[in-house]
Design a protein around this ligand. Structure first.
Ligand SMILES: Nc1ncnc2c1ncn2[C@@H]1O[C@H](COP(=O)(O)OP(=O)(O)OP(=O)(O)O)[C@@H](O)[C@H]1O
Ligand SMILES: Nc1nc2c(c(=O)[nH]1)N=C(CO)CN2
Length: 179
């Protein structure tokens, strides 16, 4: 049993359908899902803006179990591995796993917490929306999400704009944008 933070992004094809499929696939394990955000591409490749969401899940999986789920979802969206940090139908990453404390791993197949999460406004801003007090382990120490966001370039944070709301807290309903 563990709790995971997952990040999903899409900038090819029917992005809302790809992100909806992620939310539906984890519906039984879902604690919270952010609204949908339009985000400027991170990583230096010129490409279309992404749509991103961050999810908090809990279930009878360990870290590899969450990674397998992410890979299955990418496969179902016909994800092709092409340019690093380039365009994709669907990218789903395991940001962190908590099992009575943060799970740490330096295995290249599953590095935890995700080594680039602390530098990605497209992960942190949606995460803050659903868990304002969240903290993330980094090699420099454990930091609050608010602190990590404050340390990012202001223009990167400004380029993460909510375009559809999350569901009403506590109703258990999926957000309206989920098809
Ligand atoms: N925390 C993690 N979440 C998802 N994949 C991971 C993680 N740690 C290591 N990996 C490995 O990274 C490999 C490449 O993943 P992927 O193609 O999604 O990278 P990317 O989206 O291009 O870049 P990034 O990892 O910076 O988001 C995967 O095969 C996976 O095994
Ligand atoms: N804004 C944004 N930029 C990205 C994203 C993403 O999901 N959102 N995913 C990438 C693949 O690693 C590369 N760059």
């Amino acid at each position: 049993m563990s709790r995971a933070v997952l990040s999903a992004g899409s900038n090819m094809g029917d992005t809302v359908a790809h992100l909806s499929a992620v939310v539906r696939a984890v519906a039984d394990e879902l604690i919270a899902v952010s609204g949908m955000y339009a985000t400027a591409p991170w990583g230096g490749v010129e490409q279309a803006d992404f749509h991103n969401i961050t999810l908090i899940t809990e279930g009878l999986r360990d870290g590899m179990g969450w990674l397998r789920l992410c890979r299955d979802l990418e496969c179902a969206a016909d994800r092709v591995r092409d340019v690093r940090w380039g365009p994709r139908t669907l990218d789903v990453d395991v940001i962190s796993v908590d099992d009575d404390g943060p799970v740490l791993s330096d295995d290249p197949e599953l590095t935890l917490p995700h080594p680039r999460a602390a530098r990605r406004a497209f992960v942190l801003v949606p995460w803050r929306e659903i868990e304002p007090d969240a903290r993330l382990w980094t090699p420099a120490g454990t930091r609050s999400i608010a602190e990590l966001i404050a340390a990012l370039p202001a223009d990167e944070v400004a380029q993460v704009r909510q375009i559809a709301p999350c569901s009403d807290a506590g109703t258990g309903a999926l957000p309206e944008w989920v098809r």
